[in-house]
Design a protein around this ligand. Sequence first.
Ligand code: SAM
Length: 247
Amino acid sequence: MAREYRAEDWDRYKMDYKRPHAEIEPAAREIAVVADALEALRSAGVIGHTDYDREKFAAHRRAVAEHFEVPWTAITPRMQRLLYALGAIVRPANLIAAGVFCGNTFISSAGAAVGPGACYEAAALIGVEIKPDEAARAERNVRRIDPTGVARVVAEDAVETARHFPGDIGLLYLDADGAGGRGKGVYLDILRAAWDKVPPGGVICAHNSVNSADRLAEYLAFVRDPAHCRASVNVALDPEGLEVSMK
Ligand SMILES: C[S@@+](CC[C@H](N)C(=O)[O-])C[C@H]1O[C@@H](n2cnc3c(N)ncnc32)[C@H](O)[C@@H]1O
């Protein structure tokens, strides 16, 4: 069943893409909105609880602000917190993040397992970026806060990465756009390639579920079909949105 969480100010909460670390609301408000979103996901059955370590998240955020080169990003502070919390709650051994650009999206989830925000041990956290130059920058960024190599970035088409991944994919994050003329249609291609490796209970997150809802119509219809996913929630906490689904 399709469900939705919509923050009262989702369309007024706007960031400057070129100032990724600028505060746009008091911390208490950001924490409260994300707590409400997590509670909507918990009550829909997508996640089992809503707890995450706020101090560790703050350490993660500081490390990214200090060490990452981010030319621009559409990941708002609310979205960064939500992605970190989902990583910390789902605790996937293996994660694939598709279309990571400079790595800011990827590390928001992976930061729950590597770097100063780490709260569990993962096996393989793979960020995938089809443009080699962007992949190289993302890998440089990630290496600055994760010397272990558990989180790493590969330059590849995420459809191929998903198709050939050798293990279970506990969390799949979709944000690929703009290559090969497929636009956001590639989300469904990547999900289909990964599908057999996403175990029951695995979580799938799709960025831009609000501002690209038209272009994602086929993808959204797929994950909102109970024959495919047990639960799916459109989290509209900012103008971009995140569809969070559980297989
Ligand atoms: C819009 S950017 C994501 C930016 C992210 N939302 C942020 O705000 O930081 C999408 C990225 O997906 C990459 N991409 C497109 N198709 C892809 C594919 N098939 N596999 C991997 N990456 C892909 C593009 O090169 C681009 O860097």
